[in-house]
Design a protein around this ligand. Structure first.
Ligand code: TXA
Ligand code: MG
Length: 321
């Protein structure tokens, strides 16, 4: 992929490429997306091929304003309308019935479509100038941590034909919340940057067990966010002690948590709170591999607010094998 500046000329060039059926990676407030024209089956097939993504995992369609929802939906429910009004532009993705003729590549063969208006000036300028809805998953190789910088995209998608608009690191760092908006209350399919507290939706009762039994977005079935090194999640306040213990076994060990790492352990990131961890987590996971660490110990955060999404991603990153 060719990295270009997200200035007026760069955005113009990227918008033309999208209209011509090409691929463009672009920043959103959450993570970088890899986009293609949502109405072009060929373009969307290109997105899947570039990522090595399973074909039954549908993409999020990005539009530049609320009214764009109706262009890709068969029905805009009052709930979808209300959520769009409250949270767009922003990191909330609504799932509604898909418009007739939307390529099955875009919807992963489902009768529904996921849609959002991203809250990022580059993304909005690109969508506006392209004039087409843009289907875009996170711009990582399938299974890798989502990219929060243009460099992450270039590293994962080297050899793919297309452009990367570089507008620096993403301000939020964790993906959008995906909700089913076909009924009368939102059903959370993927935890994300818009919190359950904001949505007024209580967490599933029974913790982890219940979570695996509730309905989920197709993509949450797959292995995800995984670096090559082993990731361990420590309880709040316990990551320094745990990292020392791991390092004593002879493993090259790094740590992400508040304050610097103890002696014999590499400081991969110093973080203060869940929002900060959300912002730096994916970069830290990649950095752990670049450093050649055997083990990365990450200090967990309480499962409230955005902490819920962060802990969801961390647990996936920590899943062995
Ligand atoms: O913040 C984000 O959401 C980023 C930026 C680029 O917008 N995008 C992103 O896309 O994270 P992706 O493809 O990595 O994740 C999309 C998630 C997947 O878990 C997918 O299964 C789910 O949304 N999804 C897409 N369409 C769906 C549908 N019709 N029904 C249920 N889940 C759907
Ligand atoms: Mg993804």
């Amino acid at each position: 992929m060719e990295l270009i500046a997200a200035d007026d000329a760069g955005v113009g060039r990227a918008a033309r490429l999208l209209r011509d059926g090409g691929l463009v990676a672009f920043p959103t407030e959450t993570v970088y997306g890899l986009g293609g024209d949502a109405w072009s089956a060929d373009a969307v097939r290109g997105v899947f091929a570039a990522k090595g993504r399973p074909p039954d995992n549908p993409l999020i369609v990005h539009v530049d304003e609320r009214t764009g929802l109706a262009s890709v939906a068969a029905t805009v429910t009052p709930l979808a309308e209300e959520l769009a009004e409250r949270f767009w532009p922003g990191p909330l993705t609504v799932v509604v019935d898909a418009a007739d003729g939307l390529p099955r590549e875009t919807t992963g063969g489902l009768a529904t479509v996921a849609v959002r208006v991203p809250d990022h000036p580059t993304a909005l300028a690109l969508l506006r100038r392209a004039g087409v809805p843009v289907a875009a998953p996170s711009a990582n190789r399938s299974g890798r941590p989502s990219p929060t910088t243009a460099r992450h995209v270039a590293a994962d998608l080297a050899g793919v034909e297309g452009l990367v608009l570089d507008a620096g690191p993403c301000p939020v760092g964790v993906e959008s919340t995906v909700v089913d908006a076909r009924g009368t209350t939102p059903v959370v399919l993927r935890e994300g940057a818009v919190t359950r507290e904001q949505l007024g939706v209580p967490p599933p009762e029974g913790g982890e067990q219940a979570r695996t039994e509730t309905r989920r977005a197709p993509g949450t079935r797959y292995r995800h966010y995984t670096p090559s090194c082993r990731v361990e999640v420590a309880e709040p306040g316990e990551s320094r002690a745990r990292a020392v213990e791991v390092a004593r076994t002879g493993a090259r060990t790094g740590r992400v948590g508040p304050g610097p790492a103890p002696q014999g352990v590499e400081t991969v990131a110093t973080v203060d709170g869940a929002d900060h961890l959300a912002r730096v987590l994916y970069d830290a996971l990649r950095d752990a591999d670049d450093r050649g660490l055997d083990v990365l110990v990450v200090e967990g955060v309480p499962e409230v607010g955005v902490g819920r999404a962060v802990m969801d991603r961390l647990r996936r990153a920590a899943q062995a094998g």
